[in-house]
Design a protein around this ligand. Structure first.
Ligand code: NAP
Ligand code: ZN
Ligand code: ZN
Length: 379
């Protein structure tokens, strides 16, 4: 929110149904596609036997939150509390939980439930659940009276233990938060492609996802080439560990990169032409598109794919086991996000800056700056 803009008081009525022994959580969310983020109160359920209640410390701001809050993907329901890069400590556990204890530092990413029975779920690919994964916010919570899930711009959340991961103690909790989406979303295709020493990885778009892709690919031993539209990011990309930086709007620089890359991780949040990028790939190269622009992309030229047996793929976040694997990999290699911590009253400003590409490289909300919820629940 811009300085001087008054912060309205939290809505007195919780936006989710209250339950016995549940808590009221302070939150920030949208009440319509043009409301911006305002203070809200969320009633969290009392922990069921398999639930973990988490006191949230930090939550990353993903560009997907912006798309959702502003209704850019369509079909959005409001009120909506975004946030799926959640780090906090366990405050209560359900009677059946043995793998987490009160006080443990934990994380929650984009998934809070799935069918647990389909082939994808059984393979640890909950993000591709055949019955549809339950997203951390804006999804129908089939196991909780059809309430809409509400995310991590909030002081607490209650999540089934199967969708909670452990945050390694050696990593800074604020800088870990972005790993829960940006980290695993880039880790997953890098692993799927079996990136290893000697591979050349191209990273397109140096934002939240892109900067994680650079760090993770380097930690896997790859050579990394960043493709950016922002001349101002060239030194920063090199500082992050990129071996080379190519200005993607410079035709000569793009021509010089012809047939140099094995795998491209494309994280751009806006429509853009992929055909010049295909020309930078070697035979058997692949381009994974991770960004989901709200408007149509220019058409892909099949000739560009056919002539070098190039695969054009997509990839959605990562499964729960893979998220834990990624966190452990990051602890081993000392990888965290480069962050700018913001307070609740700075969220709207942070969104505007994200859309303008003015962030290095992830905003993280400090939830201690949220206002107190409208009233305390009976415990
Ligand atoms: P971000 O931090 O805003 O970064 C996006 C980057 O894209 C920008 O920093 C910019 O990099 C580049 N860019 C933006 N507008 C552009 C334009 N008009 N033309 C060319 N490049 C442009 O966003 P993010 O949080 O990393 O998310 C990126 C996208 O991934 C979003 O669409 C988000 O919804 C999606 N996402 C997908 C998944 C998944 O599972 N597949 C998960 C999370 C997020 P340069 O300045 O370097 O060009
Ligand atoms: Zn995300
Ligand atoms: Zn499933």
């Amino acid at each position: 929110m811009t300085p001087g803009r008054p912060v309205p008081p939290p809505l007195a009525k919780p936006i989710t149904p209250a339950s016995d022994a549940g808590v009221l959580a302070a939150a920030y969310g949208a009440v319509s596609s043009d409301s911006g983020l305002v203070p809200l109160t969320v009633a969290r359920r009392a922990p069921k036997p398999d639930d973990v209640e988490i006191a949230i410390e930090f939550c990353g701001l993903c560009h997907s939150d912006v798309h959702a809050v502003r209704g850019e993907w369509g079909g959005q329901t409001y009120p909506l509390v975004p946030g799926h890069e959640i780090v906090g400590t366990v405050s209560r556990i359900g009677a059946g939980v043995t793998d987490f204890s009160v006080g443990d530092r934990v994380g929650v990413g984009c998934i809070v439930d799935s069918c647990r029975e389909c082939d994808s779920c059984l393979d640890g690919l909950e993000q591709y659940c055949e019955k549809g994964m339950t997203g951390t916010y804006g999804a129908t919570d089939r196991r909780n009276g059809d309430a809409t899930t509400q995310g991590g711009y909030s002081s607490s959340i209650v999540v089934d233990r199967r969708y909670v991961v452990r945050v390694p103690e050696s990593l800074d909790p604020a800088a870990v938060a972005p790993l829960l989406c940006a980290g695993v979303t880039t880790f997953s295709p890098l692993r799927h492609f079996d990136v290893e020493e000697g591979d050349v990885v191209g990273v397109v778009g140096l934002g939240g996802l892109g900067h994680m892709a650079v760090k993770l690919a380097k930690a896997m031993g790859a050579k990394v080439v960043v493709f950016t539209t922002s001349e101002s990011k060239v030194p920063a990309a090199l500082e992050l560990g990129a071996d080379e930086v190519v200005l993607s709007r410079d035709e000569e620089a793009m021509a010089a990169a012809d047939r140099t890359i094995d795998l491209i991780i494309d994280t751009v949040a806006a429509p853009h032409d992929l055909n010049p990028l295909f020309r930078t790939l070697r035979v058997d190269g692949a381009l994974f598109q991770l960004g989901l622009p709200s408007e149509a992309m220019p058409p892909v030229n099949p000739r560009a794919l056919i002539r070098r047996r190039i695969a054009y793929a997509g990839s959605l976040i990562g499964g729960i086991a893979e998220t834990q694997e990624m966190l452990d990999f990051c602890a081993e290699h000392g990888v965290v996000a480069d962050i700018e911590v913001v307070s609740a009253s700075g969220l709207n400003d942070a969104y505007d800056r994200m859309v303008a590409g003015d962030v290095k490289y992830r905003f993280v909300l400090d939830t201690s700056t949220l206002q107190a919820p409208a009233k305390e629940a009976d415990a």
